[in-house]
Structures are given as C-alpha cells and as structure tokens.
Ligand binder design. Structure first.
Ligand code: AHR
Length: 495
C-alpha cells in the first residue's frame, strides 16, 4: 500500500459540540478506589483536604474532570445511602458483598462525595439503588440532595451540616440490572425503571437527568426493548463496554503480554465504532431527534488482577497499550458526539483502567492519565470532519488501520488527536487542513520503548508525554512521523 497516511480536516455543517462529559470518570466503593485512593480521612498523615487526598485531587484537577459517577457500579444496587450520612461514629458497618467481602464503614458518603465534586468543580452523577432498594429510598435521596425548602429529608441534610441543596445533574436508575443489579430481563427492567423513575423528582430549581440502565456491550435486544418501552421517560441510556484479550475467566495480563495481544486489544478497541453504530441505529429508530443521550458510563480495559493484590479489588497496572486503546475510545466518542453525550472510564484510582495508582502516601500517574490530560482540549469544542486514508497495519495475516483520529475546533485552532496503533514502526502522515495556510503546529506525543512500558512507584516518569518534533508545514498541509505505539495531540493554528 501507500507509504504515507493521509488525513483531510474540514468543517462539518451541523457538527455537534463534544460534550465535556465524554471525558468523565467513575469511582466506586471497590478495592482502593474510594478508600485509600481518594478518601484517607481527616486524621490521616497523608496530606488531605477534609479527608480527600490532596495529591489525587490536584492530579484530577489537572484533567478538568467534567463529571464523576458514584457510588457504583455493582455497589450502587446494594448501597443504602442513609448509612452514609450523619456523625461518622454512628454510621453502620456493612459488608461490601460484591467486592471482596470487606467491611465498609460508610465514612465516605453523600456529603463527602458532593464535597469531592465541588473541589473538582465537576458535575455529580449519582447511581441509585434499584436492585435492593425501594422507590421510597430513591425518592428520599433525591429530596435530601436537591430540595431547597423544608421537609423531613431537607431538614435532615441541614442537621448534617449542609444548608443549601446540591446541584445534582445526573441520576442513574440502577446499574447493570441485567446482572449484578438484579438479574432482570429487559422487559421486566423496563417496568421497574418506569416505576422507580416516577419518584426521581425535579424539585423547584432542580433538573435531574434520569439515566436508564442500558445494555452490556453487544446486547442490542436490551437496547431495543428499553428504547421501545421507556423512551419518553429517560434523558439517557447507559452502555458498558470493557475490553480484554482473553475471556472473562482469564482476561489476560496487564503487563505480561506479547505482540499478538497488543494487536488483539487494538482490534477490540476499534470495535467500539461498530458497537456505537449498532446501538445508535436502534436509538435513531425510536428517537430520530436524538434527544436521548447515550452514556458509555463504564468502559476500559479489564485485566487479571495484579499478582499479589487482593481478590475482588480489581487492581491492575496500566501500560502504553492501555493508553493507546483509551485514545481510540475517546476519538470514537468524539466522532459520535451527536449521540454520545457522556462516557466514564472505569475507574478513577487503583481500580481497572485507572488514571492514578497509589501506595500509601505515594501516587503515580498512569499512561492513560496522560491521554486524558492531552485530550482535555476537546471538551466543549466543535467536532470537525477528519477523513483518514490509513495504511494498514498487519500481524499474523490480519489487518487493522494503522491510525485512529479525531479533531475539533477549539479557541486556539484545530485540535487533532491521533493514535498510531502500529507497535512496530513509526507512521508518516500528511494532514491537509481546509482553509487558510497553517501558521504553527504545537503539541505532544505519548510513546514508550516497549509495548508494555508503564510507570511504577520507583520509576514514575517512565511513560510521559514529550514535545512533538519535526513537523513540516507547507501551505495548508503539515506532515510528520508519528512514533510507533503512540498517542499524539496537537493544535494547528491557521494564518
Ligand atoms: O467497574 C467494575 C464493575 O464492572 C462495576 O461495578 C459493574 O457495573 C461492572 O460490571
């Protein structure tokens, strides 16, 4: 094939704005995500802001986190929110039956979570309990959170130290109700959803978006039934998509893998295009005006737990391979921004494809963190058309496009993010940007020496972005070579 990749960037009429929420996060009461990763308590020796780790807070602030989903995950459908309010010494201890059978002391609850959102200046996305909770319990939570007037719940909130209601923009009515959230059929869940959502009220001055539990990966039947039965009663429907190279029983190792596993993960990451297309097609049939959002509220890589780590804690390392796969997902979410209005990578700290790993007082940033940091300029920008003629990248007789890209129009110019999937060699690309001549290109690249390079507590800067070099500019075209196994992000300024 051709020895150079070609990309043409042009404005799209009626192009969507990339919802900032596509760059959202998810933190569950699971393993060391909340406890140890985010929450250490006010009495900790680890520097903290009202119990929240300061190092983690600062690192997350640098990502411009738009929205945070909590408290689960599977934990959400066994969480009784009233356990997590009031004086800490009076909060009950419960068993986290889903994640390691550990004791949950409820020291991190509603007030602590809402404070975290305030400190991050992000929207709150609360997942309510359908599986083991009642409509009354759900109704009470929304009233406690958002009602400004006098009522039993609002008064209880005040008694617990919060006068004003919080601004809660997103409320999930159950999580994975086809599995850990109650093992329901889509027909049954549709009715349950309609019942529970009735009691998620909009109190004066508050407008809570209701999210129905959507399908697991390729379950288009679930999407079909939910859209048919509930479309008038939901603001969004969720989708979960985890990738791995093995099976659910043996998912593959996060760091001990071969070239073929690199290729396989890239293939699975690129399938997100077909996955989104399949669900969007069904949504378009029932909701042609696209008023219902598709929220990919759990996504990412899922590996066998790190040897030596606790079962049920889902602790895994994170390599350049994870980073490139994240870059692909985010590019695809951007390009489907007409329908994809939120996405939440699983999970923020110490769990699955984390941004941050901690070990007591130490903290490291993962390669995936750097991708989120490099992509943050897409948040709230207008999508532009990026038409790519990519070379093919082959291994063992199979082919994939070598590159994956998206672009948007920011205040500073056109912002381009490109993943070079090819683990073996650099890829040359020429990029034509419609309109005026190019004045300047600046940006960064994230790459690494080996396919499994990652950051460790002794070598935290092993994988980190460096300045983009050797960009040639001619008229409205630029050319450069993207390093093997890399994610690049840059601004193109026109004259
Ligand atoms: O993110 C870990 C778990 O994956 C979540 O709790 C659940 O919703 C999903 O199965």
């Amino acid at each position: 094939g051709a020895d150079i990749n070609k990309l043409k960037i042009s404005e799209q009429s009626g192009a969507p704005i990339i919802a900032p929420e596509i760059y959202g996060h998810f933190s569950e009461h699971l393993g060391r995500c909340i406890y140890g990763g985010i929450w250490v308590g006010e009495d900790s020796d680890i520097p903290n802001v009202k119990g929240i780790r300061k190092d983690v807070l600062d690192a997350l602030r640098n990502l411009n986190v738009p929205v945070l989903r909590w408290p689960g995950g599977c934990f959400a459908d066994e969480y009784h929110w009233k356990d997590g309010i009031g004086p800490k010494d009076q909060r009950p201890e419960i068993v986290n039956t889903h994640w390691g059978m550990v004791t949950e002391d409820n020291s991190f609850g509603t007030h602590e979570f809402m404070r975290l959102c305030e400190l991050l200046d992000c929207e709150a996305y609360i997942a309510g309990n359908v599986g083991s909770g009642t409509p009354e319990e759900m109704m009470d939570w929304v009233e406690y959170l958002t009602f400004a007037g006098k009522s039993e719940m609002a008064n209880l909130r005040r008694k617990n130290g919060r006068e004003e209601p919080w601004d809660v923009k997103y409320f999930g009515v159950g999580n994975e109700n086809w599995g850990c959230g109650g093992n329901m059929t889509p027909e049954y869940y549709s009715d349950v959803y309609k019942r529970y959502q009735t009691y998620v009220k909009n109190y004066p001055g508050s407008r809570v978006k209701k999210i129905a539990c959507g399908p697991n990966s390729w379950d288009t039947h679930w999407m079909e039934v939910l859209m048919r039965n509930c479309r008038g009663k939901m603001d969004a429907i969720s989708l979960h998509y985890y990738i791995m190279t093995g099976s659910w029983g043996n998912k593959g190792s996060a760091v001990d893998f071969e070239e073929k596993d690199w290729f396989k993960l890239m293939d699975n990451a690129l399938k997100v295009r077909d996955l989104l297309a399949a669900h969007i097609e069904i949504m378009d049939k029932y909701d042609p005006d696209k008023s219902i959002g598709l929220y990919v509220d759990e996504w990412g890589t899922w590996w066998n737990r790190q040897p030596g780590s606790k079962p049920g804690f889902l602790y895994q390392q994170n390599t350049i391979r994870d980073a490139v796969s994240a870059g692909i997902f985010l590019n695809e979410f951007n390009k489907h921004a007409k329908r994809v209005k939120m996405a939440n990578i699983a999970q923020t700290v110490n769990v699955l494809q984390a941004m941050i790993l901690t070990k007591q007082e130490k903290m490291i940033l993962t390669p995936t963190y750097h991708v989120f940091e490099m992509y943050k300029h897409h948040q709230g920008s207008e999508l532009v058309n990026s038409s790519l003629e990519a070379r093919s990248y082959s291994l063992g007789g199979e082919n994939l496009p070598a590159l994956n890209v998206s672009a948007s129009k920011t205040d500073n110019g056109v912002y381009v993010t490109i993943c070079n999937i090819n683990h073996q060699s650099g890829e040359k690309i020429s990029i034509e940007v419609e309109g005026r001549d190019i004045a300047d290109v600046s940006g960064r690249t994230l790459t690494a020496n080996k396919i499994n390079s990652h950051n460790t507590f002794s070598s935290p800067g092993n994988v980190q972005p460096t300045a983009l070099n050797d960009v040639q500019i001619k008229g409205n075209t630029l050319s450069l070579e993207l390093p093997a196994k890399s994610v690049s992000a840059f601004t193109v300024k026109q004259k």
